[in-house]
Every structure is written in C-alpha cells, then in structure tokens.
Design a protein around this ligand. Sequence first.
Ligand code: NAD
Length: 428
Amino acid sequence: MADKSFNPFKMAQQQFDEIAEKLNLDEGTRELLREPIREYHFSIPVKMDDGSVKVFRGFRVQHNDSRGPSKGGIRFHPQETIYTVKALATWMTWKCAVVDIPLGGGKGGVICDPHNLSASEQEQICRGWVRQVARNIGPLQDVPAPDVMTNAQHMLWMMDEYEKIMGGRFPGVITGKPVGMGGSLGRTEATGYGVIYTVREALKEMGIDIAETTASFQGFGNVSQYAIQLYQQYGGKAVCVSCWDQEDQKSYSFVKKDGIDLDELMKIADKFGGINKDKAKELGYEILAGEDWIKQEVDILVPSAIENQVNADTVKLISNKVKIVAEGANGPTTPEADKVLKERNIFNIPDFLANAGGVTCSYFEQVQCNMNYFWPKEEVLDRLDAVMTKAFHAVYDLANKKKLYMRDAAYMIAISRVAEACKLRGWV
Ligand code: NAD
C-alpha cells in the first residue's frame, strides 16, 4: 500500500481482462465485472481525546453481489487508498466464487493508523463507519469482517451500532466476532487448515504420501502456525519457518532438519509471529537468512507471510526437489515468478483457492448467526474440509482436462461462475 505508483486495481483489471479473453466473455459482462457495482466514499468526524475534531475518510466497495451478499474485510491503514479497496473487493468476488460459497465480493477501509488512536477514538471510527453505510450493509446485503489492523472488538462495536440503528439483533451483519458473541469456533484454524486440505489433495493426485514429505513455511503467524499444525498431524515434516524480526528489521529462517517443534516455537514467539532467535538457537535451531526458507530441499513451499515473496530473483533459489507451492499469503508470487513455476512444472495452489478457508469459515459464522445456533468445532472443520476439497478438485479437474496452469484454471472457474450468475439474473 505504501507504493503510490502501484495501482492494485489496475492489476486486478488486467488479470480479469486476460481471463475474460480466454473465456470469450461478451462485452457487456466484461464491462460489468471490470468495475465494482457500488462504491461508497464518506467522511467520519471523530471527537479526539484532546478536544479537537478530526475527519477520517472511509470506503466500502461492493464489487459484485450476483451470487449472494458481498463479503470482505475492513482495513484500517494510514496508506489505504480506494484503489486498494477496489482491488481487494474484486479479488473477494473471485475467492468466494472459486470455493462456491453463495457470496459476492466486498471490501472496506478507513485511512487511519490505529497505533496513534485511543480505544475511544477507534470506537468512534467504527461506529461512524457503520452510520455511513448502515442502509447499504446487512446480513442479506453485505457482510464486513476484520482485516489489516482491525479485530474482534472493532467488529463488535460495528455490530452494536448497526443493531442500534436497525432496532434489533443482527449478529449476521458482520463476522470475525469473538466466540460467545456470535463468533464461530474453528475460525482461528480455518485459513491454515484450509491450505493444508488443498496440499493433501494435491499430493493424493500426485500419488505421494503426505507422511513422506517435507515442507518449508514463510511466516509464523495465524495462517502458518495452523498450517504447520495440521501438516504435522498428517505426518508431514516441517523443516523450516521464517519470520520478521522487529528488533533487527529483517527476516530470518529457522531450520531443524529433523523437524521443527511447533509448540516450543510458539512458546518463544510474540503475538505478531516473530520468533526469539536467541532462544531458538538454544533449542538447537539453525538461524539462517530470511530468504533461506525458499532454498530448502523440500517437497512443499508454503509462502504464508506477505506479498511479492516468490519473485524474479527468489524463484531461482527454489530447489529441484520442490513439487508444490501452496500460497497461504495473498499475492506471494509475482507474474515473472509464475512463468518460471509454469516452465519448471512446479504445481501451484493459487492464493485465492489455497487461503479461502478463512472466508469460508466466516460464511459459516454468518450462517450460524442467522440461525442463532452454533456448531461444535469438529462440525465447522468437517464442513470446511468438504468445501475446500470440492473446490480444489473442480480447479484441478479443469486444469488437468485443458492443460492449464492452476491459477488460470481457478480464475476461469471463478469468473465464469460470476458471469453466469449475472446472466441468469438477466443483468447482461
Ligand atoms: P500474521 O500477521 O498473523 O503473520 C504474518 C507472519 O509473517 C509473521 O510471522 C511475520 O513475522 C511474518 N513476516 C512478515 N514479513 C515477513 C518477511 N518479510 N519475511 C518473512 N516473514 C515475514 O498474518 P496472517 O494472518 O498469518 O496472514 C499471512 C498472510 O495470509 C497475509 O498475506 C494475509 O493477507 C493472508 N491471509 C490471511 C488470512 C487469515 O485468515 N489470517 C486469510 C486469507 C489470507
């Protein structure tokens, strides 16, 4: 978000144009899907603790709701722009469609830095945001969720404001709430587990026993920790994790060839997923440079930290042993690196498929809230497994049949499902 010259929405449109061409979509559908269907821009005045009034800019974008209510997070970020929000809303449409949940794509944001705001100021931003869009969101219209620098408390303030305006209880208006206040069990695990459900299915198709494989993970946050947990439960050996070191302002890789111990690493990690390197050294981990996670001689690479990590330079470091790159993070692979992965026949599980477990579980949260009846964790995870497995195979089958790269196959499925919904509704 910091690079002002980079326009993520242009990139989202380019990706769409390429697939629209391959699908031979008609002009009307292309025009409709290239742009969000609705965009709200507004001001949120806040009485600051020092007595002054500060006005924050807020956004909500609904890219397409032909398959169901829009769904997507709200980010608080000082460099937030409408282009980021539009791009993310577009990608949410494709993500919900590829896993075939009945939701459209949305995203919201406020230009602010929560680090410099008191709890009361943040609460006013949350309530002010809802007051501006209360008539345009709702369990049947558009269901926001947490994202960068927003959390369960922000979601509760937003739900409360919505309920005050609408005069009733509408827990299905927003997801990412704490368990016991409308949140779903299994949400913490959902994204990481979802990544590994897709890895498990890919290995099955390759005829490889997961218990005979090794993997290296970039990131040690929510996605990565739970991905490692399930991968190890399946018998896989995770030999490396890398994470960001706040003190040194650079990343490191932590390697243990006979397998990392997740519990012991979690005990020496902070809440931002940074591992204490002195303690890790004492525990017998080899501490290597940040990019070493990608050089490991493993079967599976799981980039689960930030974007642009598998790029023109780092892709050259990938060992010949690697068979799968499963994208836990959003946008970890650049188009240049994608070309190399294709050439080298490395199997890619694209981000909007691999990490869709999170939004799928948010959808489950919304369903449970609308019923006001909550499922046990096992049921949530079983349903999640079923959705992810089915989505993986739909993409895999198309890729196999038409000899497509997995990312292209996933886009083709997602975009054609949304185009079909628009057509069936008579919009195009
Ligand atoms: P997180 O903040 O919990 O953890 C991020 C991890 O990445 C931390 O361990 C951090 O140290 C590490 N990291 C940051 N910069 C790094 C760098 N340059 N090199 C190595 N490690 C680095 O985040 P998360 O929730 O685990 O999300 C990770 C990625 O997955 C993001 O791209 C996010 O958008 C995506 N994602 C998350 C979810 C979810 O439900 N959490 C859902 C879909 C997609």
